[in-house]
Design a protein around this ligand. Structure first.
Ligand code: FM0
Length: 334
């Protein structure tokens, strides 16, 4: 007897938010309080194969060539349920995923992870989705994943509908339209961190500064979009740095406070500002962790990288440029 085997593989890059998504208005559908803007990175990515088959009695997860952990499998299974429901095909799946993202260094893999998973699973089940529809699905795995569907500079419009049908990302500029350098700076770190999911929830619920965030994030986003359209690096850098600090300020006001910035983080922030005073345009942004991303222009990359490597707390600096959106691969990881 022959078995059913529906299989597809997709590759998605991670992205770094220039204007951050911080706070949900709906936790189940993953609907954000504010719109956000990111650049997709070329060097960090996830490749995922999904195989739906009638030979399995439950979903299976292989994560970087080892059995995936149970908590992750539960999340992935409920995400696949959304796609199974949409396709009307109720088969269990084997998910094999390879992360080329330095997760141990605190770089998030959920954006590339859920974008690749959404693409592979929908393709395997024969759903022929537009980028917009794929973005809506990826969003329900992890908010930032909805932006990784696209390459280059991307905006996630928060939308206002209760069912999330208008909360998806679109591309502002493609990856070849404007080249900037994004340096991922990994610093020595001690503490165990609060996940962004928990951190944003606590901030929305308890921080008196969260309303200050919400009242200014939209003008920051408009300013960043304008700078991107004009290829105006300095204007983009200024607003990117300012808005990242504002996001961290909201967390400092949470109860209990959330502090992602560590001594190494501050050392890098100071050096970036010093480089600027010395005539090298560079700007930092920081997510929910101690590592720093530094934006610079490709012509200054090696000089700035060197200046950062000199710092005692800097362990590694990896260069990225704008990268492409989701792709389907013909080779599978099985
Ligand atoms: O990427 O709870 O997408 O806009 O990285 O899975 O929806 O992991 F700086 C923080 C990303 C948060 C900003 O949160 O959360 C950004 C952040 P989920 P994510």
């Amino acid at each position: 007897m022959s078995h059913i085997r529906l299989i597809a593989t997709a590759k998605a890059n991670t992205n770094i938010a220039l204007i951050k998504y911080w706070g949900k208005r709906d936790e189940k559908l993953i609907l954000p309080m504010n719109s956000s803007l990111s650049v997709t990175l070329d060097n960090f990515y996830t490749i995922t194969t999904v195989e739906f088959t009638d030979t399995l009695t439950e979903d299976k997860l292989i994560w970087d060539q080892a059995p995936g952990n149970y908590e992750e499998l539960i999340k992935i299974s409920s995400f696949l349920d959304i796609i199974r429901k949409k396709s009307g095909i109720n088969l269990h799946a084997k998910v094999i995923t390879e992360n080329h993202v330095p997760t141990a260094a605190g770089f998030a893999s959920s954006a590339s992870g859920y974008a690749a998973l959404a693409a592979a699973a929908t393709k395997a089940l024969g759903l022929n989705l537009s980028h917009k529809e794929l973005s809506i699905i990826a969003r329900q795995g992890s908010g930032s994943a909805c932006r990784s569907v696209y390459g280059g500079f991307v905006e996630w419009q928060k939308g206002s509908m209760e069912d999330g049908s208008d909360s998806y990302a679109y591309q502002i500029l493609n990856e070849n339209a404007w080249n900037i350098t994004i340096l991922s700076v990994m610093v020595a770190s001690g503490q165990k961190k609060v996940s962004s999911r928990d951190g944003m929830k606590r901030t929305v619920e308890t921080s008196p500064f969260y309303k200050g965030w919400l009242s200014t994030v939209n003008e920051d986003l408009e300013e960043a979009k304008k700078a991107i359209r004009n290829r105006d690096f300095v204007s983009l850098g200024e607003v990117v740095e300012r808005t990242a600090l504002k996001m961290h300020a909201t967390m400092l006001g949470a109860i209990p406070p959330i502090i992602y910035l560590e001594s190494g983080t501050l050392e890098v922030m100071n050096r970036v500002q010093e480089l600027r005073q010395n005539g090298f345009p560079a700007y930092f942004t920081i997510d929910a962790g101690p590592n720093v991303k530094v934006l610079c222009q490709p012509e200054n990359e090696s000089r700035i990288k060197q200046a950062l490597m000199e710092l005692g707390s800097v362990q590694k600096v990896i260069s990225c440029n704008p990268g492409e959106g989701v792709r389907y691969l013909s080779e599978h990881l099985v």
